[in-house]
Write a protein that binds this ligand. Sequence first.
Ligand code: NDP
Length: 506
Amino acid sequence: MHKIENYIGGEMVTPASGEYFDNIEPATGEAYSLIPDSDGRDVNLATDAAKLAFPAWSATPPEERFAILMRLVSLIERDLEPLALAESKDNGKPVSLARSVDIPRAAANFRFYATAAMHLANESHETFGIGGVHAINYTLRQPVGVAGCISPWNLPLYLFTWKIAPAIAAGCTVVAKPSEVTPMTAHLLSKLCIEAGLPPGVLNIVHGTGPKVGSAIVAHKDIKAISFTGGTATGEEIARVAAPMFKKLSLELGGKNPNIIFADCNYDEMLATTVRSSFSNQGEICLCGSRIFVERPHYDQFKRDFVERVSSLKVGDPNDPATDVGAIVSKQHFEKILSYVDLAKTEGGRILTGGSIASVSSSVPSVVPTATTENTDADTEIIVRKLNGYFIEPTVIEGLAHDCRTNQEEIFGPVVTIMPFDTEEEVIAHANSVRYGLAATLWTENLSRAHRISSKLESGIVWVNCWMLRDLRTPFGGVKDSGIGREGGFEALKFFTEEKNVCVRM
Ligand code: NDP
């Protein structure tokens, strides 16, 4: 079976333990490759390599960093197809999504920060003090040193590169850990880094579990900043360790996003987008809107049309271009989602569509010999094989109060609830009633209402009449238990640098 290896000091290396564990394909539930079971010893090695590389990399002119990162962009684009296939197999997402979103975005992350590195400028202030004192204050923005980047499984290469690209562009060196559940594209990226000529030690990737590798990164005294995306409970644990060490911390955590639909919206646009914002990537996007609030005059029509659209989504083989909803990433997560469907029923929810495990088959074209022994021609036969992985039907639930557990806790799967509302005040209060505050979606043609409600929603991002329309220059992150700090734009470059004020008296 194919062995994934750590990438340390510019080389592919085996873990110190010599041990590996299975990497499971979500569509089949079977192991298909091996992941290094790394630990603190590998993190130490990676940190030493990153420290060694830091003086030269931080002094490398931005133009040279730009050139290397742009070579990486070309290589990711060259390998778009194998990377998309690998992402789909490893995560369970439809290959069409990996091809159109995940991998292009990984290339875009490097492209964006390659160019941004050349535009990072420092401020200066001319100072006039008492008694004719005259000085110039200027700010130096210096890379923090070795940065730790830890990412989740839902958008594996997309979110991994969203951290690494600004860190490297800012002049930091990096020790990174992808999720143990989806390590494959990070592994393929390490090979591309070697091909692109990224100097050894600038990026180091250590594979393994959160408790062994992630926690060793967080606790390492020489890692000065931690950029983490994942669950809120893990974020809390990281803050507990890193905050007393005075590390810089960026935490992008969970969400329970509201999707608010007013009766005056552009209905067709809203309906099509709401299907996407509910079930893209099996609902495993931190930005998906899982609580749908519909203004009462539209509620019955919305319910009918939405349920009809959702029940026609094709749950299928991630490798099939016609598949809308692929496999859930792991058995553990699959069971968690199903337990929430059960909880919703006990809380009085009515399942309008879905709610069950989906039975999925794969149709693989195969070339088989024809019956006659004389005939050496081959006919193509379609072999149908049942996939024994983790598939759940897209599920819509109604009849639940906004404050029940199903509507308060993050499910992070293909499960949404719909609820009617009557007034703006009511829907704002219900939308804000959760501990999270990552993203909100708002559908209305009333401009004043759009501005009014956007300012009142407790959310890091508000999309009005759209969803996931991303501009990499904008600040990205959440409020409340959805995290601290912002990624994106210059915010991320600033995160990976320390500001130093120099005051020169004239
Ligand atoms: P987890 O918090 O379980 O894991 C995230 C990463 O942290 C993984 O690489 C994991 O390793 C690692 N990790 C686990 N324990 C520790 C630890 N003690 N110290 C350091 N690292 C650790 O999240 P999931 O992977 O399950 O991702 C889903 C979550 O991510 C959801 O809550 C979702 O909302 C959130 N998310 C937030 C986003 C945002 O931008 N705000 C975007 C995308 C997802 P391993 O998996 O190997 O155990």
